[in-house]
Write a protein that binds this ligand. Sequence first.
Ligand code: MG
Ligand code: ZN
Length: 256
Amino acid sequence: MADSKMSFARSAPANDWLVICDFDGTIAHVDVTDGVLSRFALPQWEAIEADWKAGQIGSRECMARQVDLVRAPREALDAYLDTVEIDPDFPAFVADCRARGLEVVVISDGIDYSIKRILQRHGVEDLPLASNRLEFLGGDRYRLEFPEANAKCSAGSGTCKCRVSSRRASGRSRLLIGDGSSDFCLAAEADLVFAKDKLLTRCIEQRLPHRACPDFASALRLLPQLDRLSSRGSDRVARPNPHHSPVISLETLVNG
Ligand SMILES: [Mg+2]
Ligand SMILES: [Zn+2]
């Protein structure tokens, strides 16, 4: 028993990783939530954004109040979402991960409806997704709900990426691919980060294990070196998994 555990620890297989992708600014080139607000929200949304940028409110409170200000008929919202492009190499990245036996999930502090519609339009389906949930109130009104919030999250995020990814990883190492502040709480815990923009600065400042990764073409090139790149790799098998029976609350994208 002890021997078999030790031999497993010496040669952790490559598929011992969960690949966690941010959406806004990472899979999608733009921040889709900002795109929705700038087109459809009453002008007060910008004062709320300023409070968030100043650190006075968390992103959960920020987005809940901002989505209350949206006035968009469903067709207008869809028409905007149908203009949003994704990183052209993301579908190939997902396919490559699957070929290597790596599970890819999308964990986002954005809006589930936007993410599903955009990914489906680009032919990326069946990806587990955890994010904030848009509720249609009728007419041109919406409400944002937070099924993955965590009151203890230091970031005050709508979707606490560190907690939901820990549950999903179920003992696997975590690779985070992201760009911004919604990724900070997870970056502090992840075994490895592929980072750009604000997240790259954060990883450098906090000395987190990371590689600069400006796009999914770069991520594709880094993937074969996954186990060698992780400076936490040697101790990751020894870290306790606090979740004995992982609750899989990520829903899976389905076509249509
Ligand atoms: Mg982002
Ligand atoms: Zn968190």
